[in-house]
Write a protein that binds this ligand. Structure first.
Ligand SMILES: [Zn+2]
Length: 305
C-alpha cells in the first residue's frame, strides 16, 4: 500500500503570482486527509480532480490566515454538494468560534456535522488513532501557537508466503497465521509454526508535516528516521535575519533538520513571495541534504511500503 502526498499550495503568507498558500492532500491507509487549507485550496482540489467528498479529516496547524482561509469556502461547497457524512476538524482552539460566527451571520446551517477537535499546540498529543494509523502533533516554534503533524502507520500484519502453503490447510488456520500466531490442534500440539509460512510485515510508512517553525531542536527525536519530512523553508540562508525575526526557517535549517533527524526524504515549501526562482532554494537545501525536493503545486510524492 502506498502513501500519496499531493501539494495543493506551498507559498508563504503574501500572494505570489502562480502560487497558492499552504495546503496538502494526504492519502494513507484509505484515509483522505487535508493538511492546512490556505486560500484557494478547493480550487486546487478541483483542478487536480480530487473529490472533496473523500476528505474525512482536516488538520490545521495554526490560525495564521495563509493556513486556514480556504476552509470556509470549502465547508460551504461541501454543504452545497449535499455532503452528509461527518467531518472531523483538528486545530488549535478558536477555529470553532470562527466557523460558528460565519454560519451565524450567513444564517446557514450545514447539511453535515463538523466534529471539532481542538488541541494544545505546545505539547505532543495523539489526535487520531485507528487500527492502521496514528496522527500526533509536533509542537513547533512560531509567532502564534502552532503544531505540525506526524502520520505514522502501525506495524502491519505478517504476509502469508503462498509458496509454503500446504494442501489441507483450513482458511481459519491461514487467517490465524496472518495475525502472527502459530496454529495448534485441539490438544495444543503445534501444527504450523508461524515463521515457516509467513513473511515479515511490509515496512510502516511515516510522514511529518512541519510548517511554520523557527529552528526547532526539540522535534528531532520525535521525527527521527521517518520516511518523508515536509519542512518549511520560507527564506534562503542569506535572509536568516528575516527568518529569526518572523520565526520561520531557512533552506539550510530545513536541510539540517532532515540530516540531524536522519529522515529519508525532505520536501521544502512555504516559500516567500520574494523568490521568483525556486531552484535557488532547492540548490541551497540540496547542498546540505541531497534527497530534497520542492513542494511544487500539483506534484504527488508517493512512498511504497
Ligand atoms: Zn504562520
Amino acid at each position: 500500500m502506498a502513501l500519496n502526498l499531493t501539494i495543493l499550495g506551498s507559498s508563504g503568507a503574501l500572494p505570489a503570482i502562480g502560487r497558492f498558500p499552504t495546503s496538502q492532500y494526504l492519502e494513507i491507509q484509505n484515509r483522505h486527509f487535508l493538511i492546512d487549507c490556505g486560500e484557494g485550496a478547493q480550487i486546487q482540489l478541483a483542478r487536480l480532480q480530487i473529490s472533496i467528498h473523500k476528505i474525512d479529516c482536516i488538520f490545521i496547524s495554526h490560525l495564521h490566515g495563509d493556513h486556514y482561509l480556504g476552509l470556509m469556502p470549502l465547508l460551504f461547497s461541501m454543504h452545497l454538494h449535499k455532503r452528509s457524512s461527518e467531518l472531523h476538524l483538528y486545530s488549535p482552539a478558536g477555529l470553532d468560534e470562527i466557523i460558528t460566527l460565519h454560519l451565524k451571520h450567513s444564517k446557514s446551517a450545514l447539511n453535515y456535522k463538523i466534529i471539532f477537535h481542538p488541541f494544545t499546540p505546545n505539547k505532543i498529543q495523539t489526535l487520531f488513532e485507528d487500527e492502521a494509523l496514528t496522527v500526533e502533533t509536533i509542537p513547533l516554534i512560531h509567532k502564534l501557537e502552532c503544531a505540525g503533524f506526524l502520520f505514522r502507520e502501525k506495524v502491519k500484519p505478517r504476509r502469508i508466503n503462498k509458496e509454503k502453503l500446504v494442501d489441507g490447510m483450513k482458511l481459519q488456520q491461514i487467517a490465524s497465521l496472518k495475525t502472527g500466531a502459530d496454529v495448534v490442534d485441539d490438544s495444543g500440539k503445534l501444527l504450523y509454526r508461524n515463521e515457516d509460512f509467513t513473511l515479515p510485515p511490509r515496512p510502516s510508512l511515516s510522514y511529518a508535516y512541519c510548517s511554520d517553525t523557527a529552528w526547532n531542536e526539540s522535534m528531532i527525536s520525535q521525527i527521527a528516521c521517518i520516511d518523508l519530512l515536509y519542512h518549511e523553508a520560507t527564506f534562503m540562508q542569506a535572509d536568516i535575519d528575516k527568518a529569526v525575526e518572523t520565526k520561520h526557517s531557512t533552506t539550510v535549517q530545513a536541510a539540517e533538520m532532515a540530516k540531524r533527524a536522519q529522515v529519508k526524504k525532505l520536501v521544502i515549501g512555504h516559500f516567500s513571495e520574494r523568490y521568483k526562482d525556486l531552484n535557488m532554494l532547492l540548490e541551497e537545501a540540496r547542498a546540505h541534504f541531497s534527497n530534497t525536493e520542492l513542494a511544487m503545486e500539483g506534484v504527488t510524492f508517493t512512498l511504497q511500503d
